[in-house]
Each structure stands twice: as C-alpha cells, then as structure tokens.
Write a protein that binds this ligand. Structure first.
Ligand code: M6R
Length: 609
C-alpha cells in the first residue's frame, strides 16, 4: 500500500524524506518519488522500482530545500512507471501532491478538467487532485485544499506543497491513515508511525476529514470547513529499535521471535493477582453488560479473520454464547441480520483495513456495540470503536502477520474467559487454572522457538513440494487456515487448508506423491479421527508432517516428521501450534529464494478495496 511522508524544518528535506520512505517500504510499493521546495522552486524526482533506483537517480545532484513530500506508490490507476509515480504536479508546475487511497469519481473530475483545457500526463487518479488544487488556488493553499476535497469521493490521505507558499505542507485525510510527527524546529508527516520514530515519538493522529497544516515551528489543525481545532499530541511507546531489525535478517523472523515478549505484554495488567487470580478489563472500559450479549459477531480480514475463527470456538466453548464469524468484505455486501443485543468484535492489526472499517461502520450505524482488537494506537478502528483492546505486540513491519495474530488470540481468550465468568459458564476456580495456563504461554512459546533449527531442517527437505495441505479439526482447523495463508503469502507454494473431516468430500482427489500434508493434532478427543485421516493421505503417497504435543506418543511412526509443542489445554493450543507453522513458512520462503518481508503483490495494510 502506498506510503506518504513529508518534512518541514531546519534540516535538508531530501535525506529525511528518503530515510522516512525506507521505513514505509514494508507497506509494499512499485515506484517512489519526492518533491522538494527551495525558495519557491519545486524539484520533483520519481522512479519506477525500489527506492534504491530513486536514490541512484538523484545521487549525482544536490536537491536543496527544507520542505518536501515523498511517496512510495502501489499501482492502482495506471501501471507502475516514472510518470505514474507520485508526487503528481499541476499544469503550473507549482503544486505537488502525494496521495494514498482511491478517488472513485476521478474519471468524472478528469473529464471536467479536460473540458477546461487541462492536459493530463499520467493515468493516475491523483493527478486530478493536483489540477483541482491549482484550479481552486487563490493565494491560499489551505483554502484550495479545502475546496478540492469537497469534490473528492472515495478515500484519500494527501500531502500538498505549493511553490508560492514555501513554508508549509497541507495534509488531509478520509479513510486512509495519516500521522503528524511533532519535532523540535521541524514537523513531519507520514502514513505510519515507524517513518517518524527516528525524529520524534510525539505524534498527532489525523482524524477523518481533518486537515493539518505543518510549519517548521507548529502544526495547525482544521475541520473540513476551515474552522481551527485544538489537538493533543500522543506519545508513542515504541522506540526506533522496535521498528528495526535488531540483528535479524528479516522483520518476519524477528517478529516471530518477539512473540514470547509480545504475549507477556498483552497479558500485562490484564490479570489481577491479589487474592484469587482474575481478569482485569477495567483499562478498556469493559462493563458486565457486554457479557449479556445475545450473540457475538466477529468480523475481520485475512489473518485477523483466522483469529476470529479461533475466537468463535473459544467463545462458544468457554462462554456458551453463539458466535458468527465473518469475512469483512463479505459481511459488508450481504444483508446481515443484526439484533439489538449483538455485540461486534472487530479484529485488525493495522486498524485501517478498508473492508474491516466498512463492516464496523455498518454495524455501528445499526446500533451495535463495537469492541475493537487492534495493534495500532490511534488507528481509525481504535478511534471509532466503543471499546478498544490493544494487542500491544509492538510494530509489526513484515507483511506476513505473526505476533499480531498470537496476541489477538490472547485478547480473545481474556475476553471469552471474562464472558464465561460473568455468564456463569466458568467458575472462579476454573478461571484461575485457565489464567495460569495463559500466563505459561510466553515461556512455552520461547521453548518452541528454541527448536527452530528442526523446523529449518524440515523446510530444507520439503520446500519444493508442489502442493502443501494443512488439515486439522476444531482449533487445529483454524490454525490450518492461518498456516496455509502464511505459507502461500511468502513462499508462493500452493497451499490450502481444510477441516480434516472434509478430506473425503473433495481434497483427497488432489493428494499424490508430490503432496505434503501437515496434520495438526492437538485436539485429544479427535486423535482417532486424525490418525485415520493421516493413513488415508499416506496411502496416496503424501509426505506427512504431524504437529502434536511433546509428550504425545500416539503419532509416533505414523508420519515422516513430527513437530512437538509443550502441552496446554487443547483449547489453548492455537497460540503455540501456529509458531512452528510460521517458521516453516519463513524457511520455505528463504529456501525458495524469496524475501519474506516483501512478498510479491501484497501490501501490509489494505486501505483500499
Ligand atoms: O491490518 P489487518 O489485521 O486488518 O489486516 C488484515 C489482513 O490484510 C492481513 O491479516 C493479511 O492477511 C496479512 N498479510 C496476513 O499475513
């Protein structure tokens, strides 16, 4: 997904912009560009490809100026090319714009501008914005941007500079994130916090339809009618080392290894330890009324949806409350039946996923109560939900979500246990036992990570398989879904997940000698069933990897390899069983020669449909 940066201050803007853009590379992009102002003269440089290409292009020239904007583009309108890269400029060459999002009415606006004599150079929707700002410009960039955004339909986060006003950047957003960094004698703009951390930890999260005007010594905020607003900055807890690789070759591996600490962080303060152990959700404003819900609806996308699938099993098992779990992009376009007693749990690492936000807004409009589980403080989801439970995983940079997933699971367990206690389906004594099990997860995750080399060796033998199937039952089915997604995202191996009971209903037709089947076996009551599934795929020539408990002898001899995890109650295994599968995906990607941090065609944050 595109990334925006902006700088105004005492430093030379070009190196700051390039450095900040590097911190947004994880979002995925196919071209990059910057625009810098020096005494009113605008210099724009853009290049298709990685940031390195842009850096090489400008290596021999000095682009001076203390104010500028920059962009990494992920093509939506028009192919990746120099001309389609941002910044886009207007006909006068004075105004430059960077934009994230999609302008849905751009064709209409373009036709109108063309009928007024404007000649377009690119295929982008963004160029429309540059020309409209110019059309509305009457000596005041802020007023021109306000007029322009009135005409835009769709989503946007924009940064605009103008040669006539070389001391300020005007930024605005709707349905696409934008953060302002508050520095000393400098201010910055970015799509995401990691781009700012080297310069400041004090940030302002711009609200939808809010406008920011950045000067070197201050930032002013306005609503979309131009009225001034006061806004408080927020201190970001992460520091720059949290957003860097710290000796790991890839962010993904670093983030997999951060899981023990992240899980402990998710639990921190949420467990009361005096007298009997109990759950403390006061910090999120949780009241017992929430547990009276007639139904829980969980909505999310991708990995967060898989957390939701685990959530369904967890809530139904422990709290005996009916749960629907929906893919947000499906939910928003069907005609869901909402009841006044439903509560919604919306899960999103970024808190900015377009479909997830749309589903959340639909539910909210219908009067439902919204509880968000998200990792990003100040994200749109966090700001619009009634209650927010932060996963506290720290910045997740790799496109493939790992620590965000396991911390989302822990949030769901805490909630389900509290629901269970309040609904009388879990006794205080059982709750204590369950809490102890939750508290043991960080150490048990650490034990799994110590056995990483075994997984690496297995991946070195199996990485070239044509087809990889993950199968399991109940909680293992949910983790099969997540494991298959992880593998396909970064290794590009064809991988699928199915409920093991479905084997004979179709998937077995594909099983042959070239197939690897990963059988997740942690649901003790269904071991017989899994054993027979394993025999069926082995009989057809598949290689089989079993994932089960360290002390479980049942599957000895029935598989080509066995990964073992420490024992926990069967319902809590997802937090642990996914870790070997994450590592397997990581090492298969490495063996296949792919960069796991930059999977093709994928972006970290899907802020458009
Ligand atoms: O930021 P979100 O959790 O809302 O993102 C949802 C999905 O786009 C995300 O989980 C995606 O599936 C990841 N690439 C999975 O690794």
């Amino acid at each position: 997904m595109c990334g925006i940066v902006g700088y105004v201050g005492e430093e030379q803007a070009t190196p700051v912009l390039l450095n900040a853009l590097k911190k947004l590379e994880y979002r995925g992009y196919d071209s990059a560009g910057i625009a810098v102002l020096d005494s009113g003269r605008l210099t724009v440089r853009k290049a298709k490809g990685r940031l390195r290409v842009l850096e090489e292009k400008i290596a021999t020239e000095v682009i001076r100026g203390h104010i500028g904007i920059g962009h990494t583009r992920w093509a939506t309108h028009g192919e990746p090319s120099d001309v389609n890269s941002h910044p886009q400029t207007d006909v006068s060459g004075k105004i430059a714009v960077v934009h994230n999002g999609i302008i849905e009415n751009y064709a209409k606006l373009k036709a109108w501008l063309e009928s007024n004599g404007v000649e377009f150079r690119s295929e982008t929707d963004t160029e429309v914005i540059a020309h409209l700002v110019n059309f509305n410009y009457n000596g005041d960039l802020l007023a021109a941007v306000i007029e322009t955004i009135k005409k835009l339909e769709g989503s946007y986060a924009i940064g605009v500079i103008c040669g006539n006003e070389p001391d300020r950047i005007v930024a605005a957003r709707k349905d696409s994130p934008l953060v302002i960094g508050k520095g000393v004698h400098e201010n910055l703009l970015a799509s995401d916090v990691p781009a700012l951390l080297e310069y400041t930890q004090d940030v302002y999260y711009l609200d939808d339809r809010e406008i920011a005007v950045l000067y070197a010594d201050r930032t002013e905020f306005y609503d979309d009618y131009g009225a001034r607003r006061e806004k408080q900055s927020v201190r970001v807890e992460w520091d720059i080392s949290a957003a860097e690789k710290n000796g790991f070759e890839h962010f993904m591996r670093k983030e997999i290894h951060e899981q023990p600490a992240a899980l402990a962080n998710t639990l921190r303060t949420r467990i009361k330890t005096y007298a009997a152990k109990s759950i403390n959700l006061e910090e999120i404003g949780f009241s017992p009324d929430w547990a009276k819900a007639g139904r829980v609806v969980i909505t999310a996308c991708g990995t967060a949806w898989h957390a939701g699938v685990v959530g369904k099993y967890v809530f139904e098992h422990f709290a005996r409350v009916p749960v629907d779990v929906d893919i947000a992009s499906e939910y928003r376009y069907r005609e869901p039946i909402l009841n006044p007693h439903d509560i919604f749990i919306i899960i999103s690492q970024s808190g900015e996923t377009a479909d997830t936000l749309a589903a959340m807004r639909m539910a909210k409009t219908a009067g439902a109560k919204i509880l968000a589980i998200t990792n990003v403080v100040g994200s749109t989801l966090a700001r619009e939900a009634d209650l927010v439970m932060y996963t506290r995983a720290g910045p997740e940079i790799a496109v493939a979500s790992t620590k965000a997933f396991t911390t989302q699971l822990v949030c769901l367990y805490l909630l389900a246990f509290q629901f269970g206690l309040l609904r009388g389906t879990i006794s205080p004594e059982r709750l204590e036992t369950l809490i102890r099990e939750l508290e043991s997860l960080p150490d048990k995750a650490r034990e799994i990570l110590r056995e990483e080399s075994g997984i690496q060796r297995f991946a070195a033998r199996q990485f070239n398989k044509d087809k990889v199937f993950f199968m399991g039952r109940l909680f293992d089915y949910a983790i099969s879904l997540e494991s298959a997604l992880k593998l396909k995202e970064i290794s590009y191996a064809h991988s699928e997940a199915f409920a093991a009971g479905e084997l004979k209903h179709g998937p077995i037709a594909l099983v042959d000698k070239g197939t690897l089947v990963v059988a997740l076996c942690t649901q003790s009551a269904l071991f017989d069933k899994m054993e027979s599934n394993i025999k069926q795929v082995k009989a057809r020539g598949a290689s089989v990897l079993v994932l089960t408990y360290r002390d479980e002898e049942r599957f000895n001899g029935s598989a080509d390899a066995i990964f073992r995890i420490p024992r926990v109650p069967d319902e809590l295994t997802p937090v642990l069983s996914v870790i070997p599968c994450q590592l397997f995906a990581y090492y298969c990607a490495i063996q296949r020669g792919h960069d796991p941090d930059k999977p093709r065609n994928l972006a970290k944050s899907v802020t458009v449909e």
